[in-house]
Design a binder for this molecule. Sequence first.
Ligand SMILES: Cc1cc2nc3c(=O)[nH]c(=O)nc-3n(C[C@H](O)[C@H](O)[C@H](O)COP(=O)(O)OP(=O)(O)OC[C@H]3O[C@@H](n4cnc5c(N)ncnc54)[C@H](O)[C@@H]3O)c2cc1C
Ligand SMILES: *[C@@H]1O[C@H](CO)[C@@H](O)[C@H](O)[C@H]1NC(C)=O
Length: 431
Amino acid sequence: MKCAIIGSGLVGAATALALHQVGITCNLYDQIDLAQHSNADGAQVAVEFGETGGSVLLAANALRVIKALGLLDELVANSSPSPFATWHNIDGSGPLKLNTIAINARMEKDPQLHAPLQILRCKLHSIFMRACHQAGIRTYTSKKLVRVDDTPGSPVVAHFADGTTASADFIIGADGIHSSTRRAVFGSELKAQYTGVTGYIGVVDTAAHNIDVDGTCDFYLDRVKKQLVCTFKISDQISAIQVMTLGEPDEEETDGWRPLSDLPKHAARLADVLQGWGVPKSVEQMMRHAYRISPATIYDLPNLKTFHQGRVAIAGDAAHGMVPNAGLGLGTGLEDVGTILELFRHMPNLENLDTVLSLYSELRVPAATSNAQKSREMAQQSYSVSFFGPGLNNFLLKIAVFAFNRSWLPFYEIFDCPAEVAKKMESLKHK
Ligand SMILES: Cc1cc2nc3c(=O)[nH]c(=O)nc-3n(C[C@H](O)[C@H](O)[C@H](O)COP(=O)(O)OP(=O)(O)OC[C@H]3O[C@@H](n4cnc5c(N)ncnc54)[C@H](O)[C@@H]3O)c2cc1C
Ligand SMILES: *[C@@H]1O[C@H](CO)[C@@H](O)[C@H](O)[C@H]1NC(C)=O
């Protein structure tokens, strides 16, 4: 069997590794033009996208899938555990500490997977892409998908903007929250909505600048002014810092939002802004010395009813791009990958392809929708000020963290890919 994967981001690359494991030949196609990126290698060497983005937090659900792909040791060697997540007032006062190990230990037997791991996004991507290269999976760049032809009786064909095509037995669209695969196959009205939140992400060498970083994952928050700063410790050397603000709804603006404050794309000027916001000195220093500042514009994809149409499936942000406030986005995408892997393990033949893709959608739509909803609720906690003032939301966040901490309320649920797929297979037998 042959698969064309559209998008070689984290989820696309992980999907390729999963399919390779079950003997499905696949190629990756990405719109990225490597000539415009540093670290650009030739076509047949491991393709890397260069240094972009900040960090990602991988909880037990994501770690399980990475382990199934055989890459856990390499991940552990390149990341740091984050045993706590802490919410503060913007000035660092009133810390609310969440024990992330306890959250995962409630659901996961393997102690190695209890602490979430923090890793540079580009590092994780390069681990995946090198593994793809070693497995002989080819990556084609400058391939922007524009259309898909799914005519019964012939292979399904992906058409790219440069006029070339790729044909395969099936296509997986892992082309991110603005997915062309989704729009081409599932309908152009299924578009991600701008949330009014904009910001910047940077990376900082804290060791070189003698900046003390206490926590591993910290949020500094002013609900009234709708300002949020997040710091993530990736190693004793490096941290990532993220600044975000929510604008005011404004009919006159084309995207419907007027920014509350114009953030400059410049570390020293951003640091001045943060100083004005009243963040702790160490946070301001982190911003001042940050490099590789990249913009983050936050979108939310409405819930989809299906992730499968004909011989095309979508995975990752293409299927369920969500606001980043709960840190569940990538983990949800990797659960898609774990599910695809398990389904093909049970049904490796072409004659079952339609069943595999339908079951994939059936299993993943409810789980992904629930994570997207949790993320929206966390965003509400961060930015909204209730009728009773910010105090009430603070109080609610306090109660929520308190309850998550004691497992009275689940922060998230791990989707157990092998168990969920086995259950589905069992229920099919009895039909
Ligand atoms: C600020 C921020 C912080 C986040 N923090 C976390 C976190 O801590 N933990 C977590 O789990 N998640 C986090 N997320 C979410 C996480 O980043 C995403 O869920 C994840 O990157 C999705 O991966 P993906 O491969 O589906 O999509 P992407 O990473 O968007 O990759 C899509 C790929 O498809 C390519 N592509 C796009 N269009 C086309 C086309 N037409 N043709 C061909 N190729 C195309 C792109 O070039 C890209 O390489 C965060 C997100 C944001 C915005
Ligand atoms: C959560 O648990 C940790 C220890 O496991 C504790 O330090 C922290 O204060 C607790 N947080 C809340 C809000 O109860």
